[in-house]
Design a protein around this ligand. Structure first.
Ligand code: ADP
Ligand code: MG
Length: 634
C-alpha cells in the first residue's frame, strides 16, 4: 500500500464476532470454498444497491463504471482478490458492517454453528455473517473501499481475524467500489488455481446477475430464468437456480413458475422446499421473495409479497408494471404492488389446492413439512375459504395418527341431521381416544377431529365455522344437538332403571357431592354424555376448553377461576355402589373420599391437576384397604 495514511485506528472485534471467528478459524470445514460464494454475494449486493440508487436518480460517484465483479489471483504470493464496482463503504460503515454482527438471532447462530459443523455451509449465508467465512482460508484480509458518496475518502481495513482490526482513511485516488485482498493460508493454495475458482463460481454463484470475470473471462451465465418461457427451462436449471437462491442442498418439492399478463404483468418463479426450515421459528427474518422490477433487483426477501404463513415459499417476482425508482418504504402502499402480492398469494394457494385435490399423497408430504407454518394463516381473512380447505387434521375416522382429514372430508361423512363439526384436543391419539367426553360421540358414531398441535386450538377457535357448520369442542358441545342424533348401537344397559325413590337419593347424592367440592366446581350434574366412565368435567357453553386454559396459564395469562361442571354417570358400577352406601349413611366417609377422587381424576385427565399428592395418598389408602379385603383380613 503506497499511500499516505491518516491516523490508523485499531479496534477489537465484538465478543460474538471473536467467538465466531474462533470457530471458523479453528474448525476444518469440508466446504471452505463457500467463502467465495459469500464474498461474491456481498459484491453482488453492493452492485444491486448502486444500481438501485442510480436508477432512482441519486447522485453517484463514477456513475459510468461498468457494474461487475473481478477475481484476480497470484499463485506465487498466494493471494486472491475480489473487487466490485458496487456501493462501497465509508470508514464508519466498515466499522459498523464488518466488526459487529448486526442481525438479531446471531447469538443463537453461533450456538447452532458449534453444534452442527456439517451444516455450517448453508447456515453461514442465511444468518448474515458471510463475510467472516473468509477467515476459514485467510491468514490476513485487506479491504480497500470507496463509497458512492462523492465526498467520502477511500478506506483501508486490515485484520488477521485473531481479535482486532485496523482502519484508516487514505489520501489516494480510488474509483467507487470495494476490493478484498486475501493472503491465503498455506493449506488453502488451491484457491489460486483458475480451474478451481471457475468451478466454485459455477457451482455456487452461476446466477449472480452481474458479470464475474477471472482474467478478463466471464465465468457466470447471466439469465433471469424466471423470464424465460416455462417450456424452455429444464428441471435441472430450476433446481440449480433454487439451490443458488436458498443454499439448500436438496432440490425443491415444488416449482411454481407463472407468467401473468393481466391485469398486471409479472413473472414469478417460486419454490416449496422439500424440508421445513428448522430455524424458521427462531429466525423469522429469513423469509420473503426477491422483488425485481424490469430485471433489476429492488429488494431481497421482501416480506409483503406473501403473508408470513406462506413464508416457506422461496423465489423471485419480477414485474414490468412497477416503476424502477419505486422506494422500498412506500411499496406496501403502492396499488400495483398490492395487486401483485394478492395475485402471488392466490397463485400459491391455488397451486396447493390443486395439489391437494390431484395428488393427496404428495399433499400429505407437504403438510408434514410445512403444515405447522401454514396453520398460522388463520388470521388471513381475505383468503379464509381457501385456507380452510387446505387445513388437515387427524380424525376418529382415520385408521392411525398419520392419516389426514380435511373439513370437506369430514362434512361429506357427516350424519344427515348433523350440523356441527366436533373436535377434541389432546397430547396424542391414544390420549384423546381415552377421553371420557368422547363416549357419547362414539356411541352415536359421530366423527371427531383429533387435534394434537397446540396451534390447532387457536386455529379452530378463530375459525368457528366451516361453510354452514359450527365447529365445537367435545368438551363444550351443545349436548342437545348430539343427543338428537341416532345411536349406532342400542345402548346395552347392564344397569336397571332407578326406582323413583332411588332417583331422589341420586339427586341428593349429587347435592352432597357439590357441597363436598364447594367452590371448586360450578355444579355437579347427571351426565348424558358418558356411557362407561364414572365422571368428567365440562365447561358450559362458550367456556374455555381445558387445553386452551392450560395454554393461557403457561403464557401466564390470568384465566380466572374457570370452574366447571362435574358430570356423574349414574350407569356406572362405582356410582351405583356409592348410591347404596349413601342410602345407608349419607355421611359415610367413603362418599367424601370417592367424590374427591372422582373430581381429581377428572382434573388429572385434563392435565389441570396442580398437585397430585393428595390423589396418590388417597389411592394408596384405598389399595391398602382393598388388599386387606382381598386377603380376608376385614
Ligand atoms: P450480509 O451480507 O448478510 O449482510 P456479511 O457478513 O456477508 O453479511 O456482510 C456484512 C456487511 O458488510 C454487508 O451487509 C455490507 O454492508 C458490508 N459489505 C460486505 N462486503 C461488501 C462489499 N463488497 N461492498 C460493500 N459492502 C460490503
Ligand atoms: Mg453477505
Amino acid at each position: 500500500m503506497s499511500t499516505t495514511q491518516t491516523d490508523k485506528k485499531t479496534f477489537e472485534f465484538k465478543a460474538e464476532v471473536k467467538q465466531l471467528l474462533n470457530i471458523l478459524v479453528h474448525s476444518l470445514y469440508t466446504s471452505r470454498e463457500i467463502f467465495l460464494r459469500e464474498l461474491i454475494s456481498n459484491a453482488s449486493d453492493a452492485l444491486d444497491k448502486i444500481r438501485f440508487k442510480s436508477t432512482k436518480g441519486d447522485e453517484v460517484a463514477d456513475n459510468d463504471l461498468p457494474l461487475e465483479i473481478k477475481i484476480n489471483f497470484d499463485e506465487k504470493k498466494n493471494t486472491l482478490t475480489i473487487s466490485d464496482t458496487g456501493i462501497g463503504m465509508t470508514q464508519d460503515e466498515v466499522i459498523e458492517n464488518i466488526g459487529t454482527i448486526a442481525k438479531s438471532g446471531s447469538a443463537e447462530f453461533i450456538k447452532t454453528l458449534i453444534e452442527s459443523k456439517e451444516q455450517a455451509n448453508n447456515i453461514i449465508g442465511k444468518f448474515g455473517v458471510g463475510f467472516y467465512s473468509v477467515f476459514m482460508v485467510a491468514e490476513e484480509v485487506e479491504i480497500k473501499s470507496k463509497s458512492y458518496n462523492k465526498d467520502a475518502k477511500p478506506i483501508y481495513w486490515k485484520s488477521d481475524g485473531a481479535g482486532s482490526y485496523t482502519v484508516q482513511e487514505l489520501d489516494a485516488d480510488m474509483k467507487r467500489g470495494t476490493e478484498i485482498k486475501i493472503k491465503l493460508r498455506e493449506d488453502a493454495k488451491e484457491f489460486t488455481e483458475k480451474y478451481r475458482l471457475e468451478s466454485i463460481i459455477k457451482r455456487h454463484s452461476n446466477f449472480i446477475y452481474f458479470p464475474i470475470y477471472i482474467d478478463k473471462e466471464k465465468v457466470n451465465t447471466i439469465t433471469a430464468i424466471w423470464r424465460e418461457p416455462k417450456s424452455s427451462v429444464k428441471k435441472e436449471q430450476y433446481d440449480e437456480f433454487y439451490k443458488f437462491l436458498t443454499y439448500d442442498t436438496e432440490p425443491p418439492m415444488d416449482i411454481i413458475h407463472k407468467s401473468v399478463d393481466a391485469p398486471i404483468q409479472f413473472n414469478a418463479l417460486l419454490f416449496i422446499p422439500s424440508k421445513h426450515d428448522e430455524f424458521f421459528w427462531m429466525h423469522r427474518d429469513n423469509y420473503g421473495l426477491d422483488l425485481y422490477v424490469k430485471r433489476v433487483l429492488i429488494q431481497h426477501k421482501n416480506k409483503d409479497l406473501l403473508p408470513e404463513y406462506l413464508g416457506f415459499v422461496k423465489g423471485v417476482v419480477d414485474s414490468e408494471d412497477l416503476p424502477l425508482n419505486i422506494s422500498r418504504e412506500t411499496l406496501q402502499e403502492d396499488i400495483v404492488f398490492s395487486k401483485i402480492s394478492n395475485s402471488v398469494t392466490t397463485q400459491v394457494l391455488n397451486y396447493l389446492a390443486d395439489k391437494a385435490k390431484n395428488n393427496p399423497d404428495e399433499y400429505a408430504k407437504f403438510w408434514k413439512e410445512h403444515g405447522r407454518v401454514f396453520k398460522l394463516g388463520y388470521s388471513d381473512f381475505s383468503n379464509q375459504d381457501k385456507y380452510m380447505e387446505l387445513l388437515r387434521f387427524n380424525s376418529s375416522k382415520n385408521d392411525n395418527k398419520d392419516e389426514l382429514t380435511s373439513f370437506a372430508d369430514y362434512t361429506s361423512r357427516m350424519k344427515n341431521e348433523q350440523k356441527v363439526i366436533y373436535y377434541a384436543f389432546g397430547s396424542s391419539r391414544e390420549a384423546i381416544e381415552l377421553d371420557p367426553h368422547l363416549e357419547i360421540f362414539k356411541s352415536k358414531g359421530i366423527e371427531v377431529l383429533y387435534l394434537f398441535d397446540p396451534v390447532d386450538e387457536f386455529v379452530i377457535n378463530s375459525l368457528r365455522k366451516y361453510k354452514d357448520f359450527e365447529i365445537e369442542s367435545v368438551e363444550n358441545a351443545d349436548l342437545k344437538k348430539v343427543e338428537k342424533l341416532e345411536n349406532i348401537e342400542e345402548k346395552k344397559n347392564e344397569f336397571n332403571k332407578l326406582e323413583k325413590d332411588d332417583e331422589k337419593h341420586f339427586s341428593s347424592l349429587l347435592s352432597k357431592m357439590k357441597s363436598i367440592l364447594g367452590e371448586r366446581v360450578a355444579d355437579v350434574k347427571e351426565s348424558k354424555r358418558l356411557s362407561g366412565s364414572a365422571s368428567c368435567l365440562v365447561s358450559e357453553g362458550d367456556g374455555l376448553t381445558s387445553s386452551m386454559q392450560k395454554i393461557l396459564k403457561m403464557a401466564n395469562q390470568n384465566v380466572g377461576s374457570q370452574n366447571k361442571i362435574l358430570e356423574i354417570n349414574r350407569d356406572n358400577k362405582l356410582i351405583r355402589n356409592l348410591l347404596e352406601v349413601f342410602k345407608k349413611d349419607s355421611n359415610d366417609p367413603l362418599i367424601e373420599n370417592a367424590t374427591e377422587q372422582l373430581f381429581e381424576s377428572a382434573l388429572l385427565l385434563e392435565g389441570n391437576l396442580e398437585d397430585p399428592h393428595k390423589l396418590v395418598k388417597r389411592i394408596n389408602e384405598l389399595l391398602e384397604k382393598s388388599s386387606d379385603w382381598y386377603l380376608g383380613k376385614r
